[in-house]
Design a protein around this ligand. Structure first.
Ligand SMILES: Cc1ncc(CO)c(N)n1
Length: 221
């Protein structure tokens, strides 16, 4: 991919510090170096289950926008692939939670989670256009991909019990899927008017901030 032509790659470079705080968070580094506190992991697991449940209507709203607004048929198929995988993902959370003794029914979302979920909900209205929603979708998935792939590459000391979790988002198929989402976002952004591009950049920054708060919430007592 030609980075100079990619608005999303430009933003990754422009907001590098924030981007690294989201994708190389101390919580992720602690998984990779094996010092992670398992009670933090369990907190993350329960909170992320709540998040993914809210992510379902968000992803379907992006799907609906792609069906209405995109001229490229493959967009809908890529997004539908992501949407369809969420059913399996929710089952994975339930299975993982029972392995760790986390009761998913008794979980109350923390503030950072509630705020992130409210942010997701704000995209489901029809006045948010496809370009902005697709940018948010790409950013949300990519933070997890870059974070968890880092835990399984190089000479990591990721605890065996956490390898499945890291592979779920860190595997190369998920990486390829994120690249497809990036191509969708870039193609839309290149022909979008300036105010839409500006809004998409703000959304990208907001996603990074929400992701950092989500990791903070998971790793703090
Ligand atoms: C907080 C958060 N961000 C991104 C993803 C990726 O789907 C997730 N599961 N949770």
């Amino acid at each position: 991919m030609d980075d100079e032509q990619s608005p999303t790659a430009t933003w990754q470079a422009k907001h590098r510090e924030l981007y690294e705080r989201a994708t190389r968070h101390p919580f992720i580094l602690s998984i990779r170096d094996g010092t992670v506190d398992f009670s933090s992991f369990k907190r993350w697991l329960g909170q992320d289950y709540i998040f993914v449940r809210e992510f379902v209507p968000f992803v379907f709203s992006v799907l609906l926008k792609s069906w209405k607004e995109s001229e490229i048929k493959s967009d809908m198929e890529i997004i539908f692939g992501g949407a369809a995988a969420l059913s399996d993902e929710l089952s994975w959370f339930k299975n993982e939670a029972s392995k760790w003794g986390v009761d998913l029914c008794g979980i109350t979302p923390f503030t950072a989670n509630t705020e992130y979920c409210r942010f997701l909900q704000s995209f489901t209205t029809l006045d948010i256009n496809y370009t902005v929603a697709a940018t948010a979708f790409w950013a949300i998935e990519t933070v997890y991909q870059e974070s968890f792939s880092f835990c399984i590459e190089g000479d990591h000391k990721t605890p065996t019990e956490l390898l499945g979790t890291c592979q779920r988002w860190g595997n190369s198929d998920f990486g390829q899927y994120c690249k497809s989402l990036q191509q969708i976002a870039d193609r839309c952004l290149k022909k979008a008017p300036a105010d839409v591009v500006r809004m998409a950049e703000e959304v990208f920054v907001s996603v990074l901030e929400h992701e950092i708060e989500f990791w903070n919430m998971s790793s703090s007592e």
